[in-house]
Write a new protein. Structure first.
Length: 184
């Protein structure tokens, strides 16, 4: 297939130990050939390819987090060709996220992974988002505690259901809902 830079044909070879590994390699190769037809794909297109590749190994919740992060980023970042991004685009993005009251750290990680993926695909020479320092958002408000009366009201509202015990445990221990769901 022709390379992105010179138009010359290149040959790639991969080896696999099993038929299923060979099928996965072939599927990825065919996917790459179908999706990277343009010389300068948009951030959203590269992010989709990255997420699709990550979904082969990562857990569903991780993939959902990546998708959510990419959606959040694209609401604040122009979806232009991957080669057209400069360091300033990402500095401005992180400032915008921080000013909105969000912590930019997770979004910075997602941006870096997508841009590093673009370098591995030889779409860009270097990652312009790499090495950008971010400031923490202003200190968040202290959490407010429910009073004893409020906790009793919340429990009473649950009645005689399975939720009563779940809510009781959350109120008594401070568990997050995800942590509660992970209990066995």
């Amino acid at each position: 297939f022709p390379s992105h830079d010179s138009g010359e044909w290149k040959q790639r070879s991969k080896t696999a130990d099993t038929q299923s590994q060979a099928n996965a390699i072939l599927k990825k190769f065919n996917y790459d050939q179908e999706t990277v037809k343009v010389d300068n794909p948009k951030f959203s297109e590269v992010a989709k390819m990255w997420i699709d590749e990550k979904s082969l190994k990562a857990a569903t919740n991780t993939i959902n987090t990546y998708k959510s992060n990419v959606d959040f980023i694209l609401q604040r970042l122009a979806d232009i060709g991957i080669k057209d991004y400069t360091r300033k685009h990402f500095v401005d993005l992180y400032k915008s996220i921080s000013k909105s009251g969000y912590e930019p750290k997770a979004y910075k990680g997602t941006v870096n992974m997508v841009m590093t993926y673009a370098t591995r695909l030889n779409l860009i020479v270097s990652n312009p988002a790499q090495g950008i320092g971010i400031e923490r958002t202003e200190k968040k408000k202290d959490a407010t505690m429910f009073s004893q009366r409020e906790r009793m009201e919340i429990l009473k509202d649950q009645g005689d259901t399975v939720y009563y015990y779940m809510v009781y445990l959350i109120l008594k221990t401070g568990l997050r809902i995800g942590e509660l769901q992970g209990l066995h």
